[in-house]
Design a protein around this ligand. Sequence first.
Ligand code: GLA
Length: 392
Amino acid sequence: MAERKRIMTAKQNARALLYALLFVGELVLAGSLSAQEMRGTIRKESFGKTAGGEQIDLYTLSNKKGMEVAVTNFGATVVTLKVPDRAGKAADVVLGFDTLEGYENGTAYFGATIGRYGNRIAGGQFSLDGKTYTLPKNNGNNTLHGGIVGFNKKVWKAREVASKDGASLEMSYLSPDGEEGFPGNLSVKVVFALPADRNELKIDYTATTDKDTVLNLTNHSYFNLAGEGNGDILDHVLTLHAKQFTPVDKTLIPTGELREVAGTPMDFTRATAIGKRINESYEQLVFGKGYDHNWVIAPAVGTSLRIAAEAYDPKSGRTLEVLTSEPGVQFYSGNFLDGSKGKGNKAYGQRAAFCLETQHFPDSPNHPNFPSTLLKPNSVFHSQTVFRFSAK
Ligand code: GLA
């Protein structure tokens, strides 16, 4: 009996100690932000089933500053992104679809995570360690955005994770060796975070491999700061913090040159309306049917964030700043949007949105002078991009 009592008391003591520790933990958190605020708010709901019968979810992250971001584990895709204008009125500033089916059938990569290799690989070929790899061609003679079934069409695993960055959602995907022609089992994690006290979507990528491979991960959100489906983006004013870009051939493959933007319609070092020079006869604009080029943010890969771009919609006052650790950004002016219907049955015509795809340069595996996209076993790929919103 006495023995039993002693055990009970020990159990009670242990429990009391645990409660005390939890209480102290809560107090520490309460010193800055409350535990709930730290976590932010994530709402999970069903987004339906894929044609193959897989259950897909939609996670909505929100904060008290009026920002809301919905992400689905189909393609690790940003589905909605609501931010306030200068009067405090929120609008959804990304193109997309109301239903999962839209994303399953879509061909424009709305909001998706792109991999393994964002942008183009010339002739669907590269060599690594003396071996030539052949990829499926899905863009003329080239491979675009990871091939026929890129990461944007994969079902990712999702879980909410604790993070100092606020409401955080981790998406993970294991791309098997040989998928779409790429070597190595590649394990990819993408964390989407919405801070409690700032209107920014932070996207954090990590990846590891078991064989030498190449990768280039990005997010393909299409922005219209006046609200999706609300006209074109030609009046949006853009700054690109880049003195050079990588000119392309007529299939949009870089020639290898790093060209100064000065004196060309590619110069966005000073804030300029996107539409101001877009129809000029400059050969690069003719090739791209508008802007669809990679700007050089930094000569090499970095670990810290750099400001890459700033876009401003004079009508609503909404401003987007893009910060990244990536060396490049593909500014794409929505040239291939063809009036197909999106959210709320709205038609998305040519230049209804723009993309700022932070990335390594296109076709890097075939350009030894570009920052390397090689990932080796035992090293961890890490990259960060922040889409920061405000209104002025
Ligand atoms: C990227 C490419 C464009 C286009 C879009 C998707 O931005 O550079 O050429 O393929 O993706 O339509």
